[in-house]
Design a binder for this molecule. Structure first.
Ligand code: UD1
Length: 437
């Protein structure tokens, strides 16, 4: 099991390029199941989650191949997914439990094959994360669904039928599943109170390139006119807004001067507005790039996570890390997931003062964090520990880095390239990357 070792205290300086979005890539990969013709996706990040989903697609009968050569320092790659033959409509527990996004094969398989059997994903570290909205939405499109022995059995032998579905609660995953399923349903589907995340817009753009008829993606009302078949397409995945936000915060917490390039600044406006209020300079100095400068500790600025365009739950832990060294007290409220403060305990091991009261974390800013041995509990929690380590005095070792490898491509290389003293240590204590200063 790899660990990351960081010696804090170095202001970051230079440029960090952002890769393709994991949370856009995963639904886009499952969209390939909707067509007999291949879908080619560019800027797919090289991450454990992408590999897990590739295994699942292969298991359904798709051929997943990397397109073009990739140099050792290139980030991302192009994937061609050819789902001409679907040989199985079952997504087994063994693969689904490893990654919740696997449930996104449900809509495409059901729409294309008239049936799907997908394992229930089960709980996960950041909360119960049910799939009832995915199920209710597909039932509204005419699917017959039963839950048996831990599996969702969905059937629609005569095909899905367009309908109106009002989401009682905004759900990114359920909106994605319904968008894909409705693309091949008969007639018109209207999704009301749909999620508005950029990843939804990206999925709709790709589906339209495959021949779907979708309007309104990016608003809370999406209209889909079903078509009989979708064809192949090529699609460029949007930049990862969570990776961008993480590095923008890394620049600020290290009190550095960094250009975060190849991103879409408007996707993280909720974060950058807060950061400006907290005292960081964040400017879009050129299209698709943010220059971040910060001197000294930030001012405490409260934050509440919300659906897009609000503050992303996936940036809550990293923002909290910055606020642990703020002047004053910060109230961080998590409204999306009920158990997403596990990083607080580990941050406390580094000297942070955080009290959890239900869905609120109260952070009393400290002058200085101290390096410590800490443990990652989930993907974004691990990123928050990296950020804290960048500003902490002395050495921090982060265990269970495999959580971070699910969502950040070569994070240690990107941070080392802007001057961080960071190394990955394997069990054989082999150094993979990083500048030892
Ligand atoms: C969520 C985030 C997304 C993030 C992803 C990975 C939101 C709105 N969504 O997406 O930005 O990238 O996690 O961390 O911020 N829910 C139900 N029933 C369902 C589905 C969801 O009750 O069938 C609830 C969830 O428990 C949660 C909320 O709805 O409280 C939003 O969940 P959803 O958007 O579906 O989660 P993800 O798609 O995983």
């Amino acid at each position: 099991m790899d660990r990351i070792r960081i010696r804090g205290g170095k202001p970051l300086s230079g440029t960090i390029p952002i890769g393709g979005a994991k949370n856009a890539a995963l639904p886009l990969m499952t969209a390939a199941l909707l067509s007999e013709e291949p879908l080619t996706l560019r800027h797919v990040p090289v991450l454990a989650d992408i590999t897990t989903l590739s295994h699942l697609l292969v298991q359904h009968g798709a051929a997943v191949t990397m397109v073009g050569a990739r140099t050792p320092h290139e980030h991302g790659h192009a994937l061609k997914i050819d789902a001409r033959n679907i040989i199985s409509t079952t997504a087994p527990y063994d693969l689904v439990r490893r990654m919740r996004a696997s449930v996104l094969v449900l809509g495409p398989l059901l729409a294309r094959c008239g049936e799907a059997r997908v394992s229930l994903p089960g709980g996960c570290a950041i909360g119960t994360r049910p799939v009832d909205l995915h199920i209710k939405g597909l039932e509204a499109l005419g699917a017959k669904i039963e839950l048996k022995q831990g599996y969702i059995h969905a059937q629609a032998p005569p095909g899905l039928k367009g309908a109106q579905f009002i989401f009682p609660k905004v759900s990114v995953g359920a909106t994605e599943n319904l968008l894909m399923a409705a693309s091949l349903a008969e007639g018109e589907t209207v999704l009301v109170n749909a999620a508005r995340e950029p990843e939804i817009v990206d999925l709709a753009i790709c589906l339209n390139a495959m021949g779907a008829k979708i309007t309104g993606a990016g608003s809370d009302r999406i209209t889909i006119t079903g078509v009989k078949k979708l064809h192949g397409a090529e699609h460029d995945i949007i930049p990862d807004r969570i990776e961008a936000g993480t590095f923008v915060l890394a620049a600020a917490i290290s009190q550095g001067d960094v250009m975060v390039s190849d991103c879409q600044p408007e996707h993280i406006a909720a974060l950058t507005v807060k950061m400006q209020r907290a005292g960081a300079e964040v400017d879009e100095t050129q299209a698709g790039a943010l220059r971040v400068r910060c001197t000294g500790r930030p001012k405490a600025i409260d934050m509440t996570t919300e659906e897009y365009p609000g503050f992303a739950t996936d940036l809550q832990a990293q923002y909290m890390a910055w606020m642990t060294v703020a002047h004053g007290i910060t109230f961080v409220t998590e409204t999306i997931f009920e158990n997403r403060f596990m990083h607080a305990l580990e941050l406390a091991r580094m000297g942070a003062t955080i009290r959890i009261e239900g869905r609120q974390a109260i952070v009393a800013g400290e002058d200085q964090l101290m390096g410590a041995q800490v443990q990652a509990s989930d993907l974004r929690a691990s990123a928050s520990l990296v950020l804290a380590a960048l500003v902490a005095k002395g050495e921090t070792t982060i265990d269970r880095v495999y959580h971070m490898d699910r969502g950040y491509e070569r994070i240690e290389e990107k941070l080392a390239a802007v001057g961080a003293n960071i190394q990955r240590i394997t069990t054989q204590t082999t150094v993979h990357a990083g500048a030892e200063a």
